[in-house]
Design a protein around this ligand. Sequence first.
Ligand code: C2E
Ligand code: MG
Ligand code: MG
Ligand code: MG
Length: 281
Amino acid sequence: QSKSLGKNSFHFYSQALEKEALTQLAIEQSLRKAIENNDLYLVYQPKVDLHTMKVVSVEALCRWTQEDGTVIPPDVFIPIAEQTGLIIDIGRLVISKACLQLVKWREAGIGELAISINLSCLEFQNEALITHLIDTLTHHKLEGKSLIIELTESIFMEDKFSVKNIMLRLNEYGITFALDDFGKGYSSFSYLQFLPLHYLKIDKAFLQDVESSSSSAAIAKTIIDIGHNLGLKVIAEGVEDQFMLDYIKTYECDLAQGFYLYKPMLPEAIESLYLVNDPSH
Ligand code: C2E
Ligand code: MG
Ligand code: MG
Ligand code: MG
């Protein structure tokens, strides 16, 4: 009895796996086509300076809406893109689109707005992609300080000297770096100290629990202190309500990002927001 049950459940399991593999393959093919057709686009989520409550930069987040209207979230397509190498093509288009956006905003008189882009380890260590980044920047005569690169802690698993060299090379252009989702993965203080970082982003999981969990609250507060002690600006992401906002303000976090403040939005919405925010434009 139990044997046959086991057999059945194995059968079921392998069918589920097969189905998942098929979905993965279908997404890969569809993603390849979407990249060719230029169907991927960027939305921008404002980051607010907690002293002035003004928008100082935006994070570019990649979006993919399939022809039939199905939205595939980046948490689904980015890992598949990484497994298939398509991530480099995505990186190219994210860099190109973000830089073009900076040019447009500069022309519209809101050139002081910096854009941050997310680069995975594979992207960051791809020489051709880094060259593309520098070429695009210089081609458009953009200032590197308009660009922030967000890396996650998984970069700590890579060769630290080569990572540091790429960072220093980009630093020379004025490009700055944020460590994303800090506290979620392999958080190493020695790497925090070793790499030329400028911003530390507290993983949103801690913030989301500040009200319900005293340990998450303590961690969030401690990360702010660590960041400050290392000379970094600290960004809280995933601010979803007034409680979280008050909490990070109390502990002197520098910047905040979250649905409670602004959702990720199309560039036109960013522009109108800027016009509303600042009547001098
Ligand atoms: P991330 O870089 O940590 O980006 C922040 C994520 O949190 C975004 O999800 C954003 O929409 C979401 N978020 C913002 N405010 C809130 C909030 O108040 N509450 C909650 N629960 N979430 C909030 P999104 O856009 O789905 O992106 C997910 C992840 O996918 C990103 O995490 C990043 O790791 C990756 N990703 C997105 N775009 C790109 C890209 O162009 N290249 C690469 N390599 N990765 C990307
Ligand atoms: Mg990010
Ligand atoms: Mg993050
Ligand atoms: Mg993330």
